[in-house]
Design a protein around this ligand. Sequence first.
Ligand SMILES: Nc1nc2c(ncn2[C@@H]2O[C@H](COP(=O)(O)OP(=O)(O)OP(=O)(O)O)[C@@H](O)[C@H]2O)c(=O)[nH]1
Ligand SMILES: [Zn+2]
Length: 344
Amino acid sequence: MPQPSRRYDESDVRVRPSRKGSRPRTKDRPAHADAEIGMVVGVDRGRWTCLLDGHEVTAMRARELGRTSTVVGDRVALVGDTSGDPGTLARIVRVEPRSSVLRRTADDTDPYERVIVANADQLAIVTALADPEPRPRMVDRCLVAAYDAGMEPLLVLTKADLVSPEGFLANYDGLDIPHCVVSRTAQGTLDGAAVELVRARLHDQVTVFVGHSGVGKSTLVNALVPGVDRATGVVNAVTGRGRHTSTSAIALALPDGGWVIDTPGVRSFGLAHVDPDRIITYFPELAGGTDDCPRGCSHDEPDCGLDAWVAAGNAGPVGVARLASLRRLLRSRAGEAGDGPDRG
Ligand SMILES: Nc1nc2c(ncn2[C@@H]2O[C@H](COP(=O)(O)OP(=O)(O)OP(=O)(O)O)[C@@H](O)[C@H]2O)c(=O)[nH]1
Ligand SMILES: [Zn+2]
């Protein structure tokens, strides 16, 4: 028997449109009517792990995909050996249309944007209430990234056993951002009732988890997904940073339906790809206050109408802080120093 992996190597598939326009051999026709649709659950060194009818298939990208990225969460058309048997390799010949696209840039002025996850519904922004200190500006960046991706945000506040969540939540008073609170018990395990509340939020959803090192993201993911063992780090007392234990995004199935997508490599959200005019629409409590702005207002200039709008209390008790947050994002987006993704 020929080696399956050899049989389906990329070099065997040359879809070269000839000048005369003759059709490629039937088995190589780009339509791939016989392809099966799987979901990308992991990416590692040029190999895509896809879930197909309940089994995992390792695949490579066909050359005809060109520059289209293929990321975790993508639905992809697979051809070739899709048995998933050891040593076999299928080919991804098409990426299906995406319902959402979570992107980031390395920083706010980086022209090169990267798609991190496709087809996710929800962005769980994991923030510790202490150790390390919460960073409201960073959370605001993640909120903008979520809205811009077409995803719902979910604030997950961890380590409530160290500090109660009220102080942090006051930053978002009246904004109606869904949140849950996680804490550790005296026994050293996460509070079971709290974990169940998080689980209820994830049911039948595709949820991307982001968070800075040491916030307890891996600890929580381990509690949510039985049998998984995401490496947990210990916070370094000097730097406040945890160990960087793993790097690529991975989709983990929840037992009752839905997916957790862990993104160990993602520590920040550069927003260079977000149109500055759109950023204000993600601050809905401010977006209504631009009627008195001069035409083409940057919302970061002396005549901006938002100051009066906020001063009149129209944006609620957190208006002043939210306007400051918006302006820091706009400045950072414009390339001015002060609030880069890693400083926010
Ligand atoms: N007090 C307290 N500690 C927690 C809680 N959750 C996690 N921790 C601890 O916080 C530290 C960091 O947890 P991790 O789960 O490794 O954090 P992480 O966000 O995955 O960080 P990386 O592994 O660096 O990506 C570990 O020592 C955990 O035991 C919590 O709710 N309360
Ligand atoms: Zn303005």
